[in-house]
Structure formats: C-alpha cells, structure tokens
Design a protein around this ligand. Sequence first.
Ligand code: 5AD
Ligand code: SF4
Length: 339
Amino acid sequence: MAAGKNPSDSALAAIVSSPDFDGELSSLADRKRREVYSDEVYLRGLIEISSYCRNNCYYCGLRAGNANALRYRLSKDEILEVCKEGYGLGFRTFVLQGGEDPSFTDSFICDVVSSIKKLYPDCAVTLSIGERDYSSYKAFFDAGADRYLLRHETADEKHYRMLHPESMSLQKRKECLFALKEIGYQVGSGFMVGSPYQTVDNIVADLRFLQLLSPDMIGIGPFVSHWSTPFKDFENGSALLTVRLVSVLRLLFPHSLIPATTSLATIGEEYRKKALISGANVIMPNLTPLKVRKKYELYNRKLSSSLESAQAVEQIKAMLTDIGYRAASSRGDVKRPDN
Ligand code: 5AD
Ligand code: SF4
C-alpha cells in the first residue's frame, strides 16, 4: 500500500482481513511518519476528570446503567493541582477526558480551561467530554481549548445501533465532529477494533468516514471487554490488527497524530512499542490522581502503573530512545500539509 494513494475498498478489505503483523507495511508507515514528524513522539498528560456518564454505550464500564461502577469527579482545584504536577514532569498538553457528566456545566469547563491556559500559556488543552451543543463547543474554544477528541466509534449505521441504545445516534455524533472542525479545533476521531459484531466492511467504512472528516488526530484501540457491561462475554479485539490499522492510518493520513493507545497496551505492553514502530507518534500517560485512578474503568484491567503512569515519564523516554525515537518537549501540534 503506497502512501498518498487512495486504495480501493477491496484493497483495504484485503489488508484488514489478515490479523498478523506485516513487517513491510509497518516499515512503510514508519518511513512516512519520519518524513512528516521525524523521530518525535508527543506526550500528552491524560486527566480523567469524571467517571460519571449519562450515556449507556453497551461496551463501556462507565455507562450509566453500570451500578457496579465507582464514580468520582475532580474539582477545579484538583485538576489544576494535577496540571501543576504534569507541567513539572514536562507535559505541554493536558487532555481532560471524562464521561458525559451533566454536572459539568459550560461555565465550569470554560473556567477550568481558561485557568489552565492562564497558568500555562505554553500548553495545549484537549477536551474529550463527549457530545455537546455547538454553542458549548464554541464557548470552550473561546475559553482557550485547542483540541477535541470524539471517536465516532463506528461509521456504519447498523453497527452503531448494535453498540448503542436508541437515545444515541451516529448522525448526532457526526454533526458534533463537523461542528468541532468548523469552530477551529484540532479534531480527533477514531474507532474500536474488534468491537462486537464488527465486520471487515465496517472497518473500511470507518476509514472512508475518516477520509471525509479529515481529522488531525486518530485514536484506535482494540475492544476490551468490561466485566459489568452487556458485552462482558465478548472477546477482546485483536492487538495485531490494531497495529496493522495504525500503519494503514499513517499511510492514508500522513500528517495525523496517532496515539499508541492504552487499550492496546492493556492487551500487552509489547503492542505499545509495535504501534510506535508502525506509524504511531503519540503517547498519553495517565496523570489522574492515584486515589481515583482505578475508578475510571472503561474496560477490564486498565493499566494504572508502569509505563502508563505520567510519573514514569523518565522510563517512557528511555523506552522511546530504546526503540529509536525521541520524546518531544513541545506542544506537538498537528503538522498540516500546507504549513
Ligand atoms: N474497549 C475499548 N475501548 C473502549 N472505549 C470505551 N469502552 C471501551 C472498551 N470496552 C473507548 C471508546 C471511547 C474511549 C474514551 O474509550 O472508544 O471513545
Ligand atoms: Fe459514556 Fe463515553 Fe463510556 Fe459511552 S464510551 S458510556 S459516552 S464514557
């Protein structure tokens, strides 16, 4: 698969049909990422600000219907405290992620964002707090938010219905993504690999949707089952297929920021490195206060130690050097083809 070309649906389907590691595809993707982003890997400090969610996605441990979920939300002071620690550790992007917590009002989010930007003007703030009205997204942007992550999860209408209850809609999701782009955010989207009922054609549709959206960041990770959800008995997605798709994404979207995700490393630490040598150029270590970290359980056995932890930043840097990359100390904005 050559970079810059648009492969046919059947060519994409053929690549996605095989689950094994493809050394050639991986090298091709790595060459492309080095052309655009050299050997830099961008670190993002992930702050999980709330484990409350009003939604009921069937795959997620934070779903409102999960009575076993442990809930918490961070206060403004706690978030700022975490940013202080993260800044000291060298992070220049903070990702505020949470379920769709109705108690986070627009004014609360705006206040938190503008406070972070005032204290740390050299940092980027990324929000990942789900679907909101256009006016809310605009207010967050005006308060200083730089980026927004909202995975589309699956671009196929029928598949979307199998993963979400009637109260949610793919149409709404897509509208949110295009609104975010229009407002001026660096936008991230993505999907789960190996989610229940997913077909090869669904994945091809995901890639086509991403081509339509043209996002700046693309996050994909294997589905990992959670013990207290309707999908508890489904098998996890394939880590190697995820790595393979990371390479496909790098070749289709040479300028995008692609993380080696936590769910991938949850399947096995070695897959984090495999993703990095196969086109990924971002890692998002966890800065969430340890006292609540275990409560943010999207899926089983989410890592909360070792290389997953922001406090392990020196170890992370050593790992990157070891595999031929360099942790960047900049904000790590997207490089668009025209700049
Ligand atoms: N397995 C893998 N990823 C999941 N997410 C939610 N639940 C799971 C799961 N069981 C992902 C979704 C969401 C992101 C924050 O976490 O893609 O967008
Ligand atoms: Fe809520 Fe996001 Fe989990 Fe869906 S995936 S239940 S929106 S936290």
